[in-house]
Design a protein around this ligand. Structure first.
Ligand code: TYC
Length: 113
């Protein structure tokens, strides 16, 4: 066992000094989360966006249609919140899929506050 802040803060015991009062308040930070955003444009077909949301974000048809309409009306919507690596992968998958179908659909990520 590596005796570091992560392991100590997550409940692993430490018998290296029985007189020490163990700090129970975790000092460790959770890894930051990232919002994946879908942006509106005037050209990408609505059905294509619905398909993207079903395929890459695991939404059912009704959810996907609702989020697509939100993006269409408001200009942008959060379509998911993920770790940095997963968010990056989702963005790359959507951008590649849109490019291959010659649609200008844009997908970006943004650190959650
Ligand atoms: N505005 C597009 C249209 O009218 C539809 C659309 C919705 C495009 C959501 C992109 O992220 C988007 N065909």
């Amino acid at each position: 066992m590596i005796r570091d802040d992560w392991n100590m803060a997550n409940g692993d015991s430490d018998d290296s000094d029985a007189s020490v009062i163990v700090e129970t308040r975790p000092k460790t930070q959770r890894p930051p989360l990232y919002k994946v955003l879908l942006l509106n444009d005037d050209y990408t077909p609505m059905e294509f966006v619905v398909h993207v949301l079903e395929r890459f974000f695991g939404m059912n048809h009704a959810q996907a249609f609702e989020i697509m309409l939100t993006v269409h009306k408001k200009g942008v919507a959060v379509v998911g919140v993920f770790s940095h690596e997963i968010a990056e992968t989702k963005v790359a998958q959507v951008m590649d899929f849109a490019r291959r179908h010659q649609h200008p659909l844009q997908c970006t990520m943004e650190k959650e506050d």
